[in-house]
Design a protein around this ligand. Structure first.
Ligand SMILES: C[C@@](CO)(OP(=O)(O)O)[C@H](O)COP(=O)(O)OP(=O)(O)OC[C@H]1O[C@@H](n2ccc(N)nc2=O)[C@H](O)[C@@H]1O
Ligand SMILES: Nc1ncnc2c1ncn2[C@@H]1O[C@H](COP(=O)(O)OP(=O)(O)O)[C@@H](O)[C@H]1O
Length: 296
């Protein structure tokens, strides 16, 4: 029995939101700011799979965890759900908080922005509980104060993410079938950026805008890199094996790493092709986390 069901409430008190996996289809590092953060240009898409967060609105702030990924997370106090809630409470006087319950399904420290998506779902739930408009600037501010990936996750739909992660431009992306594979090797985002060894105050390139249209976008995606792949491969050499396993699946249109890794994804024409590919990879590598989904 989950902790939420122990609390006195009716179903109509419970608000619930999906916290989808984020996938960086491309990621360019265009430089490094004086404050140490890197300037990014990244096409971000969201998957049909992810965590789920619910909220019973109330005065006190609390969190319980459930699901296959819950055991990996340490003390609840530094959970990004609570950090996002506190960041919003600091900006909205008298904010009603409540009890959060997180069903954690996504791998942690995986380049899928699971924690960021949980934080964004917490902000959306608090906005609903408090009657805040979706475009209330305090939501965006609280998102960025929680983490660089949280503004894109708050947007929750395909977008171009720029700057440290604060500039979000909505994008119309075609939908693809996709397979996500994590070799169950956690990779630290901070460590991957550190290995790039870019001195603060460096500029090293310009953003390139994507074309429109399914075929043109796919051709363009194939030419764009994820600049974080080389350092992530140094930290997690198993990525070579993951890439080879995905490339061997019939119908794989593109194979790449998401974010700072170590999750790799492959795109397919549709969900049936993705489901067949996921079955193949999971059968050959039962120790890996393998998920077929839709991406767009
Ligand atoms: C790399 C990306 C790409 O979408 O995703 P993930 O691999 O984490 O999923 C994100 O930029 C990660 O965002 P997020 O995980 O929220 O980062 P933060 O908590 O703000 O920072 C974690 C670490 O990464 C560094 N960092 C993060 C973002 C950025 N633009 N430049 C950085 O140098 C920070 O200095 C910090 O050491
Ligand atoms: N709700 C959460 N889900 C996942 N990670 C969390 C959460 N709250 C805090 N964290 C911490 O945030 C860090 C990054 O987690 P995560 O968002 O899964 O990484 P990534 O963006 O690389 O997939 C981890 O070190 C983890 O311990």
């Amino acid at each position: 029995m989950s902790a939420t069901s122990l609390l006195p409430h009716t179903d109509s008190d419970v608000l619930s939101e999906r916290a989808p996996a984020k996938v960086n289809l491309t990621l360019r590092v265009l430089g490094r700011r004086e404050d140490g953060y890197h300037q990014l240009s990244s096409i971000v898409a969201f998957a049909g799979t992810g965590d789920r967060l619910s909220l019973i609105p109330g005065e006190e702030l609390s969190l319980t965890l459930d699901g296959p990924g819950a055991g990996v997370l340490g003390g609840e106090d530094d959970n990004l759900v609570l950090r996002a809630a506190r960041a919003l409470a600091a900006r909205v006087p008298g904010l009603k908080l409540g009890h959060f319950h997180l069903i954690k399904r996504l791998p942690v420290a995986a380049g899928l922005g699971g924690g960021s998506s949980d934080a964004a779902a917490a902000l959306r739930l608090l906005a609903r509980a408090n009657g805040l408009a979706a475009d209330d600037p305090r939501l965006h501010e609280a998102a960025l104060a929680t983490g660089s990936d949280v503004p894109a996750c708050l947007h929750g739909r395909a977008c171009l993410m720029e700057g440290r992660g604060e500039h979000i431009t909505p994008l119309a992306l075609p939908r693809f079938g996709a397979v996500l594979v994590n070799p169950r090797v956690p990779v630290s985002t901070a460590e991957v950026f550190r290995l790039l060894a870019i001195p603060p105050g460096t500029r090293r390139g310009e953003a390139v805008a994507p074309p429109s249209g399914r075929g043109a976008i796919l051709d363009w995606l194939r030419t764009e890199p994820n600049d974080l792949e080389p350092p992530a491969r140094a930290l997690a050499p198993v990525l070579g094996e993951v890439e080879a396993a995905l490339e061997a699946t019939p119908g794989a249109l593109l194979v790449r790493m998401s974010g700072s890794g170590a999750t790799m994804f492959a795109l397919y024409a549709d969900c049936r092709a993705a489901a067949r590919a996921a079955k193949m990879v999971a059968a050959a590598h039962p120790q890996w986390w393998v998920k077929s989904t839709v991406l767009g």
